[in-house]
Design a protein around this ligand. Structure first.
Ligand SMILES: NC(=O)C1=CN([C@@H]2O[C@H](COP(=O)(O)OP(=O)(O)OC[C@H]3O[C@@H](n4cnc5c(N)ncnc54)[C@H](OP(=O)(O)O)[C@@H]3O)[C@@H](O)[C@H]2O)C=CC1
Ligand SMILES: O=C(CO)COP(=O)(O)O
Length: 328
């Protein structure tokens, strides 16, 4: 695992606090990066992978912080394994997964909380392209929890000179900001792949935000959270970077590749593909308008071409910019 030498600096976030034991579950791009970040902060870090030799029991039973960076499809099986082994009552569970459960539409934090009702759960989410953080470039993120002390413990564990960690008290909003933006990152890749220009991109991202907020607030999030790092911040990062796997999916579709071809060559997981299906199903059930996500859904299903998706969005009935603009 990478262990970065600290440079002399003014960083005063966590130098004086005793080292804690953190176990990171999942040695994919994000898990490996977060483990390296925690090591920069001089804590004891264990990075666990199902492909490794280390038994899960030996790394979770004394962990003060257990961070899951497992992709969505592995979250439920991982929870079952951790539950079968057991963890100390005081262990703080941090979830860094950005996805929705196919069956229940639950977020990962809800799945962890239902399995471990007495443990503090913290959500980690923000504009955090793993490759940039691996390269020691500065980044900021959010640790969100209803348990302030747990959020602060996680903040202290991961904050370092190159990784600035904020806390907030809206875990569901923080989690949905990072999750729903993956659908928009696919749309954004399409926008760039079709060379639709800067005006189109600005319109897409600006109109995506209320769509994310409509879904988020229906699920209990605070609308304010979507204007923070995990909403707007992650939209700006992911929707404008070829490092984003979700953006790459959209870009590939615009080039005329099939979804299967794109996923076959994609490095890592593009959670937005599954999130789109879950989100559109939920939006239909709750009758929430999600025009951009609905077009991404049609595109992924092969029901429209990228050009048809753009035309459909532009041909929608004209309306006021804000729903309640002319209400008294
Ligand atoms: N990469 C990034 O820049 C960021 C990613 N994220 C989020 O973090 C999550 C992981 O992303 P990322 O690391 O990039 O994805 P990767 O595809 O690189 O890694 C996924 C990880 O999940 C593990 N996994 C999958 N299924 C299981 C299972 N059943 N049991 C145990 N482990 C399992 C994989 O193990 P194995 O290797 O053995 O298959 C692997 O370690 C995603 O939800 C993503 O949206 C969030 C912020 C940034
Ligand atoms: O969530 C991310 C950055 O914040 C990573 O985005 P991708 O999963 O699209 O690569």
């Amino acid at each position: 695992m990478v262990n970065t030498e600290s440079q002399p600096s003014n960083f005063t976030g966590n130098e004086a606090t005793p080292a804690k034991i953190t176990t990171v579950l999942g040695a994919g791009a994000w898990g490996s990066t977060l483990a390296a970040v925690a090591e920069r902060s001089d804590h004891h870090v264990r990075l666990w992978s199902r492909r490794g030799e280390t038994p899960l029991e030996s790394v979770i039973q004394d962990a003060e912080i257990l961070l899951s960076a497992i992709s969505m499809k592995g979250v439920k099986p991982m929870i079952d394994r951790v539950k079968a082994i057991g963890i100390p009552e005081s262990t703080i569970i941090v979830t860094a997964t950005k996805g929705l459960d196919t069956e229940t539409a639950y977020t990962p934090s809800r799945l962890w909380q239902e399995a471990f009702p007495d443990h503090p759960i913290v959500v980690l989410s923000g504009p955090n392209l793993a490759k940039e953080i691996q390269n020691n470039l500065p980044a900021a993120t959010v640790m969100a929890s209803e348990d302030e002390a747990a959020a602060e413990a996680a903040q202290e564990m991961f904050a370092c000179e190159t990784f600035r960690v904020y806390i907030n008290a809206d875990p569901i909003g923080t989690e949905l900001g990072g999750t729903l933006k993956n659908v928009i990152a696919i749309a954004s890749g399409v926008c760039d792949g079709l060379h639709l220009g800067t005006n189109a991109k600005a319109a897409l991202l600006t109109r995506a935000l209320p769509e994310m907020i409509r879904i988020g607030t229906t699920l209990g999030a605070s609308s304010e959270t979507f204007f923070g790092l995990s909403g707007l911040g992650d939209l700006l990062a992911t929707c404008d970077s070829p490092l984003s796997r979700n953006y790459q999916v959209g870009y590939g579709l615009a080039q005329g590749k099939t979804l299967e071809e794109i996923l076959e060559h994609l490095e890592g997981t593009a959670e937005g593909v599954n999130t789109t299906q879950v989100l559109v199903r939920l939006a239909r059930k709750e009758q929430i308008p999600v025009p951009i996500s609905a077009q991404v859904y049609r595109l992924l299903k092969g029901k429209s071409t990228p050009q048809q998706a753009v035309e459909a969005l532009m041909a929608r009935e004209l309306k006021a910019e804000f729903d309640d603009l002319f209400d008294d």
